[in-house]
Design a protein around this ligand. Structure first.
Ligand code: 5GP
Length: 208
């Protein structure tokens, strides 16, 4: 079976990453969502284990010590991390894993998984991003300011991305990401071509 590949979605808060990931998992075959761990308090409407594994700081640090994270970072005062086991097991089973991480997470995952697909999501403009964040209504003034400042940092990560998707319209952005995932499924990833070529040679009885 072909090993799966990670699909890393990043971009500033308010770019629509969460909704995009949810729609992709629902609509694209064999794509699973990597639920991160965080020390941030739960927002209304969020559910334990579905949106995040909500941990206290002590437990989070323990997970770091015992090596349960493939990467972790401090984002806007809280810790966030990607559990390693789920990622590895899912890839091993031939499924794709979609991850929503910040620019630090993207950099760390890219080092370990150079074969992954790295997609940066941007809102159409800065005023639209501000509007989306305010509309969300879950942010205090202080955390809103921090998130707006974080935009610059996210943009610096452009060079670490393979694709840029501007999220003007959710359905169109989902369609763009779905197309990327489908195309990337055909990308030759190392050893597999040798195996395929050998099998094909045998089947066709050719000796090239
Ligand atoms: P939020 O608190 O709004 O859900 O997420 C804040 C930021 O943390 C977002 O940019 C999100 O992509 C990032 N984030 C979520 N999970 C992880 C993770 O496991 N690792 C890293 N590095 N960033 C994450």
């Amino acid at each position: 079976m072909r090993r799966g590949f990670p699909i890393v979605i990043s971009g500033p808060a308010g770019s629509g990453k969460t909704s995009l990931c949810q729609r992709i998992v629902r609509g694209v075959r064999r794509v699973r969502y990597s639920v991160s761990a965080t020390t941030r308090p739960m927002r209304p409407g969020e559910r334990k284990g579905r949106d995040y594994h909500f941990l206290d700081e002590r437990t989070f640090k323990q997970w770091i010590r015992v090596g349960r994270f493939c990467e972790w970072a401090k984002v806007h005062d809280y810790y966030y991390g990607t559990p390693k086991d789920f990622l590895e097991e899912t890839l091993f089973n031939g499924n794709q894993v979609i991850l929503d991480v910040d620019y630090q997470g993207r950099r760390a995952i890219r080092k370990e998984y150079p074969d992954g697909v790295y997609i940066l999501i941007l809102p159409p403009s800065f005023p639209i991003l501000q509007k989306r964040l305010r509309k969300r209504g879950t942010e205090t003034q202080e955390s809103l300011q921090k998130r707006l400042k974080g935009v610059e940092k996210e943009l610096k990560g452009l060079e670490n991305s393979d694709y840029l998707v501007i999220n003007r319209n959710l359905s169109k952005a989902v369609e763009a990401i779905r197309t990327i995932i489908l195309a990337e499924g055909f990308r030759e990833r190392g050893v597999q071509l040798n195996i395929l070529t050998k099998a094909w040679r045998k089947k066709m009885g050719v000796n090239l």
